[in-house]
Design a protein around this ligand. Structure first.
Ligand SMILES: [Zn+2]
Ligand SMILES: [Zn+2]
Length: 328
């Protein structure tokens, strides 16, 4: 898949789900949506969401754990079904994002446009959310950013045949719809809800981690970027929205770093580990979090971090910060 095909795909992947949602709203209005459609939507949402969060992001981009070859293929194929791009390209952009987060060269920083005022803020948020996908000039060289993924023949196969996996992400819920209802109309609404409508919601949640997750929310760690923890996005992003924690410790298998920071991907990885299907799971203990928090605080944190009311971890009372008493 070259850049040009990719661009056409991006346009389609932005527009088709939008039409799908419009069609679904009309059907909803006419009460032509059955419980089967919602079940199919949920099943596909979980498969694709975990594919992106556990597979593309934690397994491939950050190597937060290791797993068996069949599971690596399963998670990557599930991630491809989300329609956010081939694994090779997704991982390259993402690793580049971490390398220069919120600095020149970041593919999707909301601070890319420095125009002052509300207009600049909205332009930046749009760029981080979706606008960056339409930048024809943007490319993150996989040879430079993810040679490990390129060397893996399974990853190359899924990347090369990526469009087939996306298509499967529409056909599969259609088949489920037929299986549940026994009608062609059921197959159609299944494909609509489990395919197009699901693309729309799941992808906007991912995009929101990039836009909102670098703009609004709390900062526990004074990382050199603007990443934020966004609690209300955590459940539906499978834990991805603990984005400040993630930028502080990119390799950690768990992005939620307190018991109350719900992180479904981390639960899945922990479950796989118990079953002996995940090994080398990277965990960051509280002491290491604390040490790094103090070190970053000395460096000064992100450019806009000072304006937020929330205090980074290193500013809090020492007893709380080292975990003797948790005041949060
Ligand atoms: Zn980020
Ligand atoms: Zn990451």
């Amino acid at each position: 898949m070259d850049g040009r095909e990719h661009y056409t795909f991006i346009l389609l992947s932005a527009l088709l789900p939008l039409f799908g949602v419009a069609a679904a709203v009309v059907l909803l209005w006419n009460q032509l949506v059955g419980p089967a459609d919602l079940v199919i939507f949920a099943i596909m949402y979980v498969i694709a969401g975990l594919g992106v969060s556990t597979g593309y992001h934690r397994l491939l981009a950050h190597r937060s754990f290791r797993t068996t070859r069949p599971l690596r293929i399963f998670f990557t194929a599930a991630g491809a079904m989300a329609g956010q791009g081939p694994p090779v390209i997704w991982v390259a952009h993402h690793r580049r994002h971490h390398r220069v987060a919120d600095k020149p060269g970041d593919p999707h920083s909301p601070y890319h446009d420095e125009e002052p005022g509300l207009k600049g803020a909205l332009k930046g948020l749009w760029h981080a959310h979706m606008g960056w996908l339409f930048d024809r000039g943007l490319s993150s060289d996989p040879m430079r950013y993810c040679p490990d993924i390129l060397r893996d023949k399974d990853m190359r196969f899924i990347s090369k045949h990526f469009v087939w996996f996306v298509t499967a992400g529409v056909v599969l819920p259609g088949v489920l719809g037929f299986a549940f209802t026994g009608t062609l109309f059921g197959a159609f609404t299944g494909a609509l809800w489990g395919g197009l409508v699901r693309f729309f919601f799941a992808n906007h949640i991912t995009y929101a981690v990039n836009s909102i997750g670098h703009y609004f929310g709390r900062r526990r760690f004074a990382t050199p970027d603007e990443s934020r923890n966004v609690g209300w996005l955590a459940l539906f992003s499978f834990g991805e929205a603990w984005h400040n924690n993630h930028h502080a410790f990119p390799r950690s298998a768990s992005h939620g770093m307190r018991w109350y920071e719900i992180d479904i991907s981390a639960m899945v990885i922990g479950g796989l580990e118990k079953l002996g299907l995940a090994t080398n799971v990277i965990r960051i203990d509280r002491e290491r979090q604390e040490q790094k928090a103090v070190a970053w605080e000395k460096l000064g944190g992100g450019r806009h971090a000072r304006a937020t009311p929330d205090k980074p971890l290193a500013h809090r009372p020492r007893a709380a910060a080292v975990g003797i008493v948790d005041v949060e």
